[in-house]
Unconditional design. Structure first.
Length: 173
């Protein structure tokens, strides 16, 4: 794994890659996962992003949700993903990265439908997609903080989390 965060210009292939990932998750999870959404900067057209495709996959929020998450996690691991430590800001999700070794190219946040993480991820994505000025401000902040932190992963994550907390506070979640 690299010791620095890499950013790149938007790649239109990310949308197709999401569709393939979505299809694989829905197909392999045998009905346990009922919704898969593209989130993060790669889901925002034209935005400079870390080239890691972020996806939120959701199971029903019912009596079977714990079993659904356990079963789905095992099935997603079968798609060449590995389970990783869940960051505090995604507390109610299980995080799986692909490939199994090396720098991740995909991250799946497995949670239940309507969890706080699910709601805030979708709200932030939708706010950034619908408000070009907001997305440009976020991109500028992200790139500036990335440069100031010399691409150091924890500093980059901490700086972004402040901006996301502000977005969630103002755009729901």
């Amino acid at each position: 794994m690299t010791d620095t965060v890499r950013l790149m210009h938007y790649d239109p292939r990310w949308r197709q890659e999401f569709e393939q990932t979505r299809s694989g998750i829905l197909h392999s999870c045998l009905g346990w996962v009922i919704d898969v959404q593209h989130i993060g900067s790669t889901a925002i057209g034209g935005m400079i992003a870390r080239p890691v495709l972020d996806v939120v996959a959701a199971v029903r929020d019912d009596d079977d949700s714990q079993q659904a998450i356990a079963e789905s996690s095992d099935m997603i691991e079968g798609l060449n993903f590995r389970r990783v430590t869940t960051p505090m800001w995604a507390a109610e999700a299980i995080v799986l990265c692909k490939p199994r070794s090396g720098d991740p190219t995909h991250r799946v946040f497995l949670t239940y439908l309507d969890s706080p993480f699910y709601r805030s991820s979708i709200a932030v994505r939708d706010a950034l997609r619908s408000d070009r000025e907001l997305s440009l401000r976020f991109e500028e902040t992200k790139v500036t903080r990335w440069r100031q932190g010399a691409g150091e992963p924890q500093k980059y994550a901490d700086d972004k989390s402040v901006f996301f907390a502000h977005l969630i506070e103002h755009h729901g979640g």
